[in-house]
Design a protein around this ligand. Structure first.
Ligand SMILES: Nc1ncnc2c1ncn2[C@@H]1O[C@H](COP(=O)(O)OP(=O)(O)OP(=O)(O)O)[C@@H](O)[C@H]1O
Ligand SMILES: [Mg+2]
Length: 359
């Protein structure tokens, strides 16, 4: 147990040194708790003494860019077991929806389709890292409630990150009360770690030059900018138009060049697309160029949310993202509810170069 704790401490130190990070005090505290969890997991494994209860679940929350995903990813990588799984919120729901659709809604032997889908996802794993957890609409809330019920009852330790404290999940007052039993369950069964330091690390200048591929992308005001100094980014020719298969459908791309796909905003964000389509693109392409981007304040509510989800997927999957058109956030009033989590999108877009910023 002690050995695993020490080894995880070393792993965190090395990971921070490698990236040149000085951890915020809130991150230090969270890292310490994760190291303790590594020790606890080793005590219940090796290979797993069933008599011991699973270690307590952790719920790591804080505003955008505080380094929560970095903390839990570092922990995940440093854990010497294969019986672990890391999922982003969007992956999880795609898998769950697919599983539920596949199984149908029938019950067999008291085992619901959600339970089966969760079983399928977890396999024999003992640790699940679930990054960027949130619940916004009533549909999500029902699935999440069921999911937590199932997860917390299994001998799987759950580590999750969120931008909201448990009590702030499902902020919509119309639906919030429906979620209260789940919130209570989370508060009872998970240790809550608050990582609300003052710094959004994505906004540090060094971060904009960081080694992530996502941060190599840019927000460009017109195509001429795109032609400047970016190999492979010449404007698409009409004969390059191609259909690209995504999740159960095809999208009309303006160009597909090896690892790069070039698509218009209307096709990708104003068409009937959803997160599984963006995940499919992210699985096939390393660079995504989205052109004809309007100011988000001027497009439909669905278009705005699809765009925010697309940015989330590209950032999580570390896809190089080029946006050509207007500054998407220009004109979006401060504190506006035009976008569900405007801070999330703004924090991620802050990593991209601007047309008027020198490389
Ligand atoms: N102590 C630090 N110093 C500098 N950069 C850091 C530090 N910790 C994390 N980072 C970097 O800051 C960026 C944001 O971190 P991360 O994605 O983990 O934030 P987050 O809290 O998960 O944000 P969100 O809530 O928006 O998902 C990442 O590129 C990460 O590598
Ligand atoms: Mg995160």
């Amino acid at each position: 147990m002690r050995e695993q704790y020490d080894s995880m401490r070393r792993h965190f130190r090395q990971a921070a040194e490698q990236r040149g990070f000085t951890l915020a005090p809130e991150q230090e505290r969270a890292a310490e708790r994760l190291c303790l969890l590594a020790g606890e997991l080793s005590a219940t494994s090796g290979l797993f003494r069933r008599s011991r209860p699973s270690p307590r679940n952790l719920y790591v929350w804080g505003p955008v860019g505080r380094g929560k995903s970095w903390l839990v990813d570092t922990f995940f990588v440093g854990l010497p077991t294969t019986r672990k799984r890391r999922l982003h919120f969007h992956d999880f729901f795609r898998a769950l929806h697919d599983g539920v659709a596949h199984e149908g809604r029938s019950r067999e032997g008291g085992h619901s389709a959600v339970d089966r889908a969760v079983d399928e996802l977890l396999g024999d794993c003992r640790l699940l890292v679930f990054d960027e957890f949130h619940a916004h609409d009533a549909g999500d809330a029902m699935l999440v409630a069921r999911l937590f019920h199932t997860l917390l009852d299994r001998s799987v330790t759950l580590v999750t990150t969120s931008n909201h404290p448990p009590s702030g999940l499902m902020p919509n007052p119309i639906h919030h009360h429906l979620f209260e039993p789940t919130i209570q369950r989370i508060e009872e069964r998970m240790d809550v770690l608050d990582v609300s330091g003052p710094t959004d690390f994505r906004r540090l200048p060094a971060q904009a030059r960081g080694s992530r591929r996502f941060a190599e992308g840019a927000c460009l005001t017109d195509r001429t900018d795109a032609l400047l100094g970016e190999p492979g980014l010449s404007a698409p020719r009409p004969d390059e138009a191609a259909l690209v298969p995504v999740h159960r459908r095809e999208l009309r791309a303006k160009s597909v060049r090896a690892d790069l796909v070039w698509i218009g905003f209307d096709e990708l964000c104003e068409g009937i697309t959803a997160v599984p389509d963006y995940l499919a693109l992210a699985e096939r392409f390393g660079t995504l160029v989205l052109d004809d981007v309007p100011p988000l304040a001027e497009c439909t509510a669905d278009g705005r949310q699809r765009f925010a989800n697309l940015v989330d997927v590209c950032c999580d999957r570390d896809i190089r993202l080029f946006l050509i058109g207007a500054d998407p956030l220009a004109g979006l009033p401060e504190g506006s509810d035009l976008l569900r989590d405007p801070d999330r999108t703004a924090s991620r877009l802050a990593m991209l170069r601007r047309a008027d910023v020198a490389r």
